[in-house]
Design a protein around this ligand. Sequence first.
Ligand code: FO1
Length: 310
Amino acid sequence: MITVLAGGVGASRFLQGLQQVVDPAAISVISNTGDDVEMFGLHISPDTDIVLYALAGAVNPETGWGLTGDTFAVVDQLQRFGYERWFNLGDRDLAMAIHRTRLLRTGVPMHEVVAGLARDWGLTCTVLPMTNEPVQTMITGPDGELAFQEYMVKLRTELDVRSIRFAGIEAAKPGPGVIESLADAEMVILAPSNPFVSIGPILGVPGVRAALETTKAVRVAISPIIAGQVVKGPAAKMMTTLGYEVSALGVAKIYDGLVDLFVLDQQDRDLAPKVEALGMRTLVTDTMMTSMERKAELAREVVAAARGAR
Ligand code: FO1
């Protein structure tokens, strides 16, 4: 089994490649639920849905979130009634949110909701929410604290992040199957996701970090930072304001002690000796997932290097 710790867009692109080169039934994804948000009275799970849509081949390739060809009639109509329109929840995406919310309200735990959604989308891989308990990623900027989607979408990340908190994490338990999927895996891959707000909440669920520290699996991380920049999202800005070096080496330092093999882009070749000095092996390759072929090739190289690192 290959277990992948996943955020949203970057992780889903990698997973699209991975499912082409290994049997999807052998893939377990642990998805971040810290981004979850209630909107219009509905429970929305952006990262989990991005993963589901991408694996089902239904994600909008331009944005990396939402469904291809979705329309926005409902949010347009809601705006007429005075609702805010900053979160672009598509009409078909909304159907997911209605279905998820209804199931949660009738007492179905989140892991069963997600397993059902994965089946409904025709997936054979396992998608495990990191926890069934509510955890909310909160961002503190100069003017106080706000929920992650407000920071990400409403404010378009235009805010200096001073600190990050995962509200509710102390009381959260790993979702059913999460610890087993780490303990029993052949390899665990930390996807090229934001180390603070995508991988961070997963590692913050009590017991998960320890499971990663003690697993016999080969542990691999793929840098989301390439040549000092992030492909998508606020990771680079966050690293700056939180006082980290904005580079693949900076990411490797965050994962120090958790990773056996670190994957960095060929443009960052010069950093490989410094990453190795931290005690990790390295794989230097083209990590820009610009086409489906590149996604598959990257996944193939990562799996081969991890098998070679045993
Ligand atoms: N991201 C945006 O930048 N703007 C949006 O309007 C937006 C809507 C949206 C709706 C449903 C969904 O599942 C995701 C959506 N995202 C949107 C993406 C999401 O906010 C973030 O990319 C993830 O939370 C970060 O991993």
